[in-house]
Design a protein around this ligand. Sequence first.
Ligand SMILES: NC(=O)c1ccc[n+]([C@@H]2O[C@H](COP(=O)([O-])OP(=O)(O)OC[C@H]3O[C@@H](n4cnc5c(N)ncnc54)[C@H](O)[C@@H]3O)[C@@H](O)[C@H]2O)c1
Length: 343
Amino acid sequence: MTPTKFRFSQSTVDYYFDGSFRDLAKIADKKNAVIITDDNVFAAHQDKFRGWNVICLKPGEEYKVQATVDSVIETLIAMQADRKTTLIGVGGGVITDLTGYIASVYMRGVPFGFVPTSLLAMVDASIGGKNGIDVGEYKNMVGNIRQPSFLLYDFSLLKTLPAGCWSDGFAEIIKHACIKDAGAFAILQKENISSLQKNTKLLSSIIIRNAKLKTTVVQKDEFEKADRKLLNFGHTLGHALETQYELTHGQAISIGMNYACKLSEELAGFRSTNEVKELLEQYGLPVEASFNMNKVLGIMKMDKKRVRKEMSYILLRKIGNAVIYTIDISKLEKMLLRTYQAS
Ligand SMILES: NC(=O)c1ccc[n+]([C@@H]2O[C@H](COP(=O)([O-])OP(=O)(O)OC[C@H]3O[C@@H](n4cnc5c(N)ncnc54)[C@H](O)[C@@H]3O)[C@@H](O)[C@H]2O)c1
């Protein structure tokens, strides 16, 4: 098992693309590590956790909150975890976001690593060092940017990923294709979830391609001053929707991407909204929903991408070519309302 090493501003992260869960003991010392996972992942892979210290959390976005952080910290204190203890997040994006955040604040920072178990965490959430929690209806409102020490990929973990979670991962994969990778967009057009579930070789190559794409974007702009913002394509509206309605992260950003495509037609000469919509639908994602746009706009105004009266909105010029567009909030609101009423 050889890691691919990626250098970030303060540290190097080892990515084990050819790993298996069994190899975790070669990367971290069982006695000096605590795994943080959730009930679903634990139940599906119970044998693998034998011999490890494990903190098992309730699954779901509603637990990505400060109360969970407090309870994990109390457990870590009871376990006598110290500054040499490595925290390992084994799970989907909720677990990796939480683990990275807890590791950043516990004793002012302890080492951490991830074994992503959902497609979304493999291609997106575990990469790039953004750790954090939600506050009420505001997504990822509190957090930091700190890189894990390692990412261990075991593609076989996806065998137990619930059917409904696959689309969520593809939402981020399609996002990457839209902003940076027209070649991947064409590959995805020829496939679908079930063809890729059967073709594990192609699926793992797509996961690695996406993990590397995100890593390259983050390496160039770790603290989101410029290009990293492109990764927020579909997220500004998506996050506001996600906290208001019963939508998963992937479903919410899929609707967000459709709206961003429509704005791109008006503001950036984009001509391929239908292709993006069709691809999202091909991967089981919604592109429209009935919602209270005024309420959603209210939440959106508190987004981290807002600076005073302006907001960075990610638009597409072409598939594979995205641009950061700074737009006056009142103009953005009018355009989104008009787009919503016309849909
Ligand atoms: N930090 C980042 O850069 C970043 C990027 C994108 C998304 N995110 C965050 O990621 C989260 C969404 O991640 P997610 O979609 O993985 O959600 P999740 O962590 O809630 O996982 C989805 C569900 O699948 C279950 N699960 C995961 N892997 C499994 C497996 N192998 N077998 C059985 N069950 C499994 C989980 O228990 C959960 O019920 C959101 O909170 C989002 O904000 C963070």
